[in-house]
Write a protein that binds this ligand. Structure first.
Ligand code: NAP
Length: 618
């Protein structure tokens, strides 16, 4: 519901004060406080409530019930005042109060350098600031002649398409699958869901106030992406079941030429002024080079290619891998399988989040839908709780004595909490604690959510095997100690070919330079993760060094990249220039900056292996 310029909507909200107060009971304190100060401008409320908000998640709120009740009354009053006097709602909060508001909302200090980003991300005015606006109207001939090819219709490709459409730029999206959604379309394994809170893991320009869960299941995210495609009429611009085989920069025409294979195997060529790769990083399943894997006689499949024709109930299932995918599959299938043997090469850290299994109550959905600006402030709170709030945790303190297990005092504190959680969950079983506890610092690999993984490990039909795998035989998996672990079904939760970015597309830029020449097999580099010298008018979304290793939302990052790309395209269209390319100096400066920053961060830790790094540790 939009309240700006809609006094009737606000009148309906305040019409029944008792009903309003009942609904407000379901609101989280911090975003509700923000609504009150935003609309009422009274800083005294910040002083009263801020001391009770101990952190950026709703479960960090310790506000006493009677203070909360007063807050709800005050919000009802301020809304009634706007409704009765038919005053327009202020789109921006009182700017002089913004620093104190952000600190109160998160229970932490939000540094001033974040303010512009916060205001933009909050998008309070309801006019998406991330939409590119022409600085001067592009000439009709120029824009009519200009076209963009987008590769991939996952979250990023669809977001890119929506912004291109808003700008009136012609584009085509090529999608290898039969539907949009990318990773959310391909991954359908039992237990699939997102581990970033959804009210933040979604487009900023389409806040969904009706998520059923704080952490949605995979099919609900797929639905959300599809809804955005229908809402914006994007489907007509997407060619499904087609794959870009190669991209070549045509130096005579100063355009890209793309060779595309249709689902019937026929190929054709199209040309575009610019190309945006939105192919993602997590879509080419990695099949581990384990001896004898093909000799296994039972069904065997990768998590991203889950075979739903196989009934795993009552079967002996072997699962290789304990990353984000494996950790979701395990607890989902354990209750019905005869046995689950998990082959773990190295354990991951997994953190408890009390909201992980929670559903969003109808009353909370009502608040999200009906209280002006609540959803925006709620999103900001999640943005902060999921992002840089714990960046200091990731930095190596050179004076820290226990470098092997943790990086600094804060990181050690997190380790202590995680260890205590594991011990509690596995019933203080010393052998399980040993197996399930990583020997590297927290955040070394992507931090996972504990979705009852540890509790599952204690079930009698589960065996966590940390002996290395020697080989696979027709009847099961043999570990290095010579034990055969019999399996009826083998699940490969072994991740993706993340290092071979853009593979298997063949991409040739200016002067015949190929991406393979420049990057080798596994050293991709781009300026800001987006542009590459010698590859004019070529942009990447979710490119090199843009992974969220410690938190954040891939959708937020993708939107930042879309906005940057839109500015590049605007430059081309408005100036009439044919090509735009990053210069080598800023490109190499950026590489140096990234490498220097990483040298003091957890991912460079010698004890950490992860799919974020190549064989050289970069
Ligand atoms: P992953 O994190 O790369 O995990 C792969 C697992 O397979 C690891 O445990 C790895 O062990 C193991 N493995 C790989 N090769 C092996 C071999 N040869 N022998 C034995 N074990 C082997 O892959 P993923 O779990 O599919 O997750 C990938 C990414 O997808 C995540 O980090 C996340 O970004 C995304 N994802 C997100 C969600 C979510 O939001 N909930 C869910 C799923 C995936 P090592 O750790 O020792 O290498």
């Amino acid at each position: 519901m939009t309240f700006l310029n809609n006094p009737e909507a606000l009148k309906a909200v305040v019409a029944d004060r008792n009903a309003l107060l009942r609904h407000l009971e379901a609101a989280d304190t911090a975003p509700l406080l923000m609504v009150l100060v935003h609309l009422g401008g009274d800083p005294a409320w910040l002083g009263r409530i801020a001391p009770h908000i101990k952190g950026p998640w709703s479960f960090h709120d310790e506000t006493p019930a009677h203070v909360r009740a007063q807050l709800c009354e005050a919000v009802a009053d301020v809304l009634a005042d706007y409704a009765v006097t038919v005053k327009p709602l202020p789109t921006t909060p009182p700017m002089e109060l913004l620093p104190a508001m952000l600190d109160a909302c998160t229970g932490q200090h939000v540094p001033a350098e974040y303010y512009p980003l916060v205001l933009e991300e909050l998008d309070l005015a309801g006019v998406d600031p991330k939409t590119v606006h022409w600085r001067q109207p592009p000439s009709p001939e120029r824009i009519a002649d200009f076209s963009v090819l987008v590769v991939g219709a996952g979250f990023s490709g669809v977001g890119m398409g929506i912004k291109l459409k808003e700008a009136g730029i012609a584009f085509t999206i090529i999608e290898k699958n039969a539907e949009v959604g990318g990773t959310w379309y391909e991954n359908t394994y039992p237990g699939i869901g997102v581990d970033t809170a959804n009210h933040f893991y979604s487009y900023s320009f389409d806040n969904n106030n009706n998520w059923d869960h704080f952490f949605a299941h995979g099919d609900q995210i797929e639905d959300y992406i599809q809804r955005n495609v229908e809402r914006t009429g994007l489907r007509d611009q997407i060619r499904f079941g087609e794959e870009v085989l190669s991209l070549v920069w045509d130096e005579d025409r100063l355009m890209w030429r793309a060779d595309i294979r249709r689902c019937d195997g026929q190929t054709y060529t199209i040309r575009a002024n610019a190309v945006v790769s939105a192919v993602g990083m997590l879509n080419r399943p990695k099949v581990p080079p384990i001896k004898g894997l093909d000799s296994f006689t039972g069904p065997k499949f990768h998590t991203a290619r889950w075979d739903h024709s196989v009934d795993y109930a009552g079967k002996r299932v072997g699962m290789i891998g304990t990353g984000a995918s494996g950790m979701q599959v395990g607890p989902a299938i354990q209750p019905v399988v005869e046995s689950l043997t998990i082959f773990q090469r190295s354990p991951h850290w997994a953190m408890l989040n009390p909201l992980y299994f929670e559903t969003v109550s109808d009353a909370k959905k009502w608040v999200l839908n009906h209280i002006p600006f609540y959803t925006k402030w709620f999103r900001f709170q999640l943005f902060w709780s999921s992002s840089d709030t714990f960046h200091h945790n990731l930095k190596v303190d050179p004076d820290w004595p226990d470098q092997k297990r943790s990086l600094n005092a804060e990181n050690a504190k997190v380790r202590e909490q995680l260890e205590a959680h594991i011990a509690r969950e596995v019933g203080h079983d010393p052998e399980l604690i040993r197996k399930a506890t990583p020997d590297y610092p927290p955040y070394g690999k992507r931090m996972l959510r504990d979705n009852h993984w540890y509790r599952m490990l204690t079930e009698p039909n589960v065996d966590l095997v940390d002996e290395p795998i020697d080989r696979v035989e027709p009847a099961g998996v043999v570990t290095a100690d010579g034990t055969l672990h019999p399996c009826d079904i083998l699940v490969l939760a072994t991740g993706f070919e993340t290092r071979r970015m853009l593979w298997p597309m063949q991409i040739t830029g200016r002067g015949g330079a190929t991406i393979l020449d420049r990057w080798g097999d596994e050293d991709p580099r781009a300026h800001l993760g987006i542009t590459v010298p010698e590859f004019p008018n070529f942009f990447l979304i979710y490119g090199p060094n843009t992974n969220l290793s410690h938190g954040g939302s891939a959708v937020f990052h993708s939107e930042c990249q879309v906005r940057y790309i839109m500015q590049g395209l605007r430059e081309l269209v408005e100036t009439g220039q044919a090509a735009l390319e990053v210069r080598p100096e800023p490109f190499w400066d950026y590489q140096e900056k990234v490498d220097n920053a990483h040298s003091a961060l957890v991912w460079a830790h010698p004890g950490v292996t992860s799919w974020y790094k190549n064989a050289a540790g970069r």
